[in-house]
Design a protein around this ligand. Structure first.
Ligand code: PNS
Length: 166
């Protein structure tokens, strides 16, 4: 049987320990995994595409069957072009589920040969999101246990925490 390739798409602005946990889990299930960064997202990112790709490459460099790529346009078109069989998405809480279900069903409508596989991150990362990480960092909170070390370093270079009076 041919190897099974999966795509893990996202904005990764920046990659969190929750994303990393999902990459590790997926790399153990699939023969090959492409972490695919969307380059034409509507929201204004904190990190440039190059910075986000750099961080993703750094944290996945020891994972032999994982590669990092960028895509624009429809995810299903990119997945078909790569000959992927599955799309991986993480579901943390019920609140994620509605949006994820809608996307998965729409992607299936667009390309019935592709399956979306939902994975749950470790419980300890169930509340971690890129948005919260940025907010916490901005206000001087610790993100040490929430993101890989390289991301914490990049956040320090990019953002000066807002000083707050006690
Ligand atoms: O990390 P995010 O922002 O939750 O990732 C969302 C992403 C990139 C998976 C989604 O926005 C996407 O697939 N965008 C590509 C455009 C597309 O295919 N849209 C139709 C989805 S049904």
């Amino acid at each position: 049987m041919s190897e099974v390739l999966a795509i893990y798409p996202g904005s990764f602005d920046p990659i969190t320990n929750g994303h990393f946990d999902l990459i590790e889990r997926s790399s153990r299930i699939f023969d090959r995994l492409i972490v695919a960064l969307l380059t034409n997202a509507e929201k204004e990112p904190l990190f440039s595409v190059e910075e986000r790709v750099d961080m993703l490459r750094e944290v996945t460099r020891n994972m032999k069957n994982v590669s990092v790529d960028t895509f624009s346009g429809l995810l299903v078109d990119y997945a078909v072009q790569q000959k992927a069989r599955a799309i991986v998405r993480g579901v943390r809480a019920f609140s994620d589920y509605e949006y994820e279900l809608q996307m998965a069903l729409m992607n299936r409508k667009l390309e019935p040969r592709l399956e979306t596989i939902f994975l749950m991150p470790a419980e300890s990362y169930a509340y971690v999101s890129s948005r919260l990480v940025k907010e916490i960092f901005r206000h001087g909170g610790s993100v040490k246990e929430l993101v890989p070390a390289v991301v914490e370093k990049r956040l320090r270079e990019k953002i000066s925490p807002i000083p707050h009076k006690a």
